[in-house]
Write a protein that binds this ligand. Structure first.
Ligand code: NI
Length: 173
């Protein structure tokens, strides 16, 4: 297993639609999954999508067990391959960050309930449902696979805040 290097905004791989995985059981995909889980656990994050480690595949891993006070059936590492959102409901505004935009946090409006279907690492069809943080995570990660980042979900006012922040950070880099 290996800890993978994270791609950072504005790396173009983060802004393109990722490819579906056709060979879930292949050694290269299984190794990628192991490495992504190890990488996630080395970071202060709860979810990681393949484009964030430079691989344009429809795959994300997550682990919600570190979140205090959240009731979640998703403790320990989980893998979701070729996810499709089935249902979104409700609305919730909450602060969000992204491992590909380190240091930036801002309120993002998301559905408060989300269900999705996909496949686990053995190729078995799975369905996941989540509320609150889990719902937010599912939407954030599926967005990653569609080339969308949390900053694209901000109000225009907050987008301006982000671009000013980014310009300043580049200037000081
Ligand atoms: Ni992210």
């Amino acid at each position: 297993m290996a800890i993978l290097e994270l791609t950072q905004y504005p790396n173009p791989i983060l802004l393109q639609k990722a490819k579906p995985i056709t060979d879930i059981e292949s050694a290269s995909i299984q190794t990628l999954i192991d490495d992504m889980i190890e990488t996630l656990h080395s970071l202060p994050g709860i979810g990681l999508a393949a484009p964030q480690v430079g691989q344009s595949f429809r795959l994300f891993v997550f682990n919600l067990s570190a979140q205090e006070g959240e009731i979640t059936p998703y403790k320990g590492p989980h893998v979701v391959i070729n996810p499709e959102i089935l249902k979104l409901d409700g609305e919730n505004l909450s602060d969000e960050g992204c491992l590909s935009i380190t240091g930036f946090r801002e309120g993002v409006k998301r559905a408060s309930f989300a269900s999705l279907k996909g496949f686990d690492r053995t190729g078995k069809a799975i369905e996941l449902t989540g509320e609150g943080l889990a719902a937010r995570l599912f939407q954030h990660e599926v967005d990653h696979l569609n080339g969308l980042l949390m900053i694209h979900r901000l109000s225009s006012l907050k987008k301006d805040v982000f671009y000013r922040w980014f310009k300043k950070r580049q200037h000081h880099a």
